[in-house]
Every structure is written in C-alpha cells, then in structure tokens.
Design a protein around this ligand. Structure first.
Ligand code: SAH
Ligand code: SF4
Length: 381
C-alpha cells in the first residue's frame, strides 16, 4: 500500500525511513521538501539520490485532498471545500489580516457533539479525518497562497482548529498534525499561534497539556449548567465545574497565560446582562482563584434549522461591556467572508448535498478562481 507522507510527523517519517532501510536524517530532508517547499513529486527533491527517489515513488506519495471549490471574498477571505469521500465535504478558511494570516481547519467530517446553534452539529457525525487530511488543508493552503499572493515566505502564521468537527474527539489524528504545524522543519508555527478549540472534552484537555500544549479556546456559550446542557449537550458529561478545573490544570502547561472562552451570542437565549454577570462570577471565582481568561463573543451565524437568531449589536456590546468592567478582555469577533458563507458554522446541511451547496454558492457575489497550480489529487495506487 502506498503511504501518504502527509500522515506523519517528523518522528513518524523517521520511523518510515528506517523501515525502508534509510537513515533517519533523510526524514528531515523529506519533511522539509514536503512542508516547507510544498513538493508534490519526489523528482523535485533534488538533493535526494535518484535511487532513493525511485524507491520512494514505489511506496509513498504526497496525497492532497481533491478540491471541490474555492471562493474568494471581497475582504480577501478564501474558503475551500475539499472532498473527503463518501459524499462528505470539509471546509478550510483563510483569513488575512494586516499582521497575520490565519487558517481555520476542520478536524472531522460532521460532528457528534450536536450543539444547538451549530450547523455542523445539526448535520451529525460522518467520520474522523486522518492526520494526512488535517495536514493536507494547511499544506495546500500555504503553498497555494504563496503562489497566488506571489510571496516566497510564509503566508499562514496562525492555525485555529475551528472548522468542522470537535478536534479533541479526534485526538489520535490531531496530535501528529499539530506536531507537523509546530515543527521547525515543518511549518514552524509558534505554540501560541496554533489554537485548539473545544466544546469541552475534559480528559483530552488533560492529555493535550502533556502531549502538545498549544493555545486553548473553550466554547463556553453559557454561564450555568442548565443552559449549557441545552446548548452544548457534552456538558451533561463534563459540567462547567469539571471543565473549568481542566482549564486551570491546562494553564500550567499552556503557551499562553489565559484560556480563550468562546461565547456565541444567541438572541434571548444566553445574551441577557444577567448571563454576563453570572459568567463573570463563574470564571472569576472558580476554585477560589478563578480562571485567567479572555472572551471572544461570536455573533451567531443563523441557519434556518436552528430556530435561533443573533443578538442585536447593542446587546452584544452591552454584554462585552459587563465583562470589560469586570476586568476581562472581551472581543467581538468580526464577521469575515460573509459573502462566501465562510463565517463560523455556516456550511449548514450542505456537506452531504453538494449540488445544493454549489447552487447556493453560485448565487453569491463571489469570484471563483482556478488555483495557479492544480493540487495533486492523484489517488494512491
Ligand atoms: N468543535 C469545536 C471547534 C469548531 S467550532 C468547538 O466547538 O469549539 C468553532 C467555534 O464556532 C465554536 O466556538 C463554535 O461554538 C462556534 N460556532 C459554531 N456554530 C456557530 C454559528 N452558527 N455561529 C457562530 N458561531 C458558531
Ligand atoms: Fe461540534 Fe463545535 Fe459544532 Fe459543537 S460547535 S457541534 S462541538 S463543531
């Protein structure tokens, strides 16, 4: 069977090279060619002996995800849909800003958590992505963007695991993917600039602290268990007190000295000033010492099946002001890529219905551009 080399962190690639009877340092060369130079073909790897390249061709490949579509928003945001087989499509979104380039990556096709306000949650769970499928999103985006933006240095400085899926329910595939992102021979991203966002899978938060501590964002969305049970059903298994305990433990290992709490603003559901006051009390007083935190208030992106609407801007501002007055940094997430449905959780039920997705996108004011170089979509032999 042909091995997809995007599946390996450096350690895994070294083991693969050893199995081929090659020295471990070859893995570093290979890894740099793949991730730093975006090589899609072994013949591009000019400092590897021809005999080794030929050997690799017989047993390995760099397998990209077939690209379904690419849409560029007026604000520069780019959204890609990739085909992961069996009618499943996942999304990645690039968000350019003055001082950084952020890639939002998916970890699963669908999601089993079933949050009330999330279209991925409504659509249910299909399957976990492999490490290669997680890494392929970054590999493709980084090297496509260098060509597209005519840049010869790194374009993506930040990765957020905030696309489809619950990353901590795909832990075994996630950790090697994070290591590829962090590796100096890979993408060399700082731990502070790689963020795992979770709905609160408590045991995996503890594992991540030991295996690969990166920045952590926790999707809170409610200041009490009763409301959170309703919005994020995982709360029935890991209630707020257990979750905040885990956040405190994580901070001992985290690259940042705070946890980011995400809070999706839902009109008349979790946006009352009393909710903000409860939130302050909860986070400030938990375990006696509180949890050092920043808040990210996300305006809800509505979709019909949710039956929910977004809080009014004045309500969001008032909520933020209560958090600010209590000494917390609270930012309201800017909506980016609105015109291409690239904002959080907007792929709706279309993942399993590509025709409808294509029709919906065709009706938008978007520019469909052809990649400068087609991604390598060969299937392994
Ligand atoms: N499963 C992880 C990461 C993916 S979701 C998690 O839940 O954290 C990334 C963020 O987008 C989460 O905070 C999630 O709650 C939020 N989100 C999901 N659907 C949304 C919607 N329709 N509008 C606004 N934010 C949404
Ligand atoms: Fe899954 Fe996150 Fe959506 Fe909840 S918000 S259903 S955990 S992707």
């Amino acid at each position: 069977m042909t091995a997809n080399l995007l599946d390996y962190d450096l350690e895994g690639l070294a083991a693969f090279c050893e199995r081929l009877g090659e020295k471990r340092f070859r893995a570093t060369q290979l890894f740099r060619w793949i991730h730093q130079r975006g090589a899609t073909d072994f013949d591009q790897m000019s400092d590897l002996a021809k005999s080794l390249r030929d050997k690799l061709k017989g047993v390995a490949c760099m397998q990209a995800l077939p690209l379904v579509s690419q849409h560029v928003s007026a604000d520069g945001t780019i959204k890609w849909l990739f085909d992961v087989g069996d009618g499943n499509v996942i999304e990645s979104v690039f968000i350019p800003e003055a001082d950084r380039g952020t890639l939002c990556i998916s970890s699963q096709a669908g999601c089993a958590i079933g949050c009330r306000f999330c279209s991925t949650g409504h659509q249910g769970f299909s399957r976990n992505l492999t490490t290669a499928e997680i890494v392929a999103q970054l590999w493709f985006a980084e090297h496509f963007l260098r060509r597209y933006l005519k840049r010869d240095e790194r374009v993506i400085s930040n990765v957020v695991m905030m696309g489809m899926g619950e990353p901590l329910q795909n832990y075994a595939a996630l950790v090697p993917a994070l290591r590829v992102m962090l590796d100096d021979h890979g993408y060399g991203l700082s731990r502070r600039r790689v963020t795992v966002s979770t709905s609160g899978v408590v045991p995996k938060i503890d594992l991540l602290a030991h295996d690969c501590p990166v920045a952590l964002a926790v999707s809170l969305h409610a200041p009490n268990d009763e409301l959170r049970n309703h919005l994020v059903p995982l709360n029935l298994k890991y209630p707020l007190s257990d979750l905040l305990d885990a956040c405190q433990r994580y901070l001992e290992f985290a690259p940042r000295d705070f946890i980011t709490f995400e809070y999706c603003m839902l009109d008349g559901v979790n946006d009352h000033p009393e909710h903000a006051h409860q939130l302050v009390k909860l986070v400030r007083e938990h375990g006696g010492t509180g949890v050092p935190a920043k808040f990210n208030l996300i305006p809800f992106n509505p979709f019909p099946a949710s039956g929910l609407t977004c809080s009014a801007p004045a309500t969001v501002a008032a909520f933020a002001a209560i958090l600010n007055a209590a000494g917390f940094v609270a930012t309201v997430r800017k909506t980016r890529g609105d015109d291409i449905d690239a904002a959080c959780g907007q792929l709706a039920g279309d993942v399993k219905d590509r025709t409808r997705a294509a029709e919906r996108m065709a009706g938008r004011r978007t520019i469909m551009i052809k990649p400068a170089t087609e991604p390598n979509t060969r299937r392994p032999a």
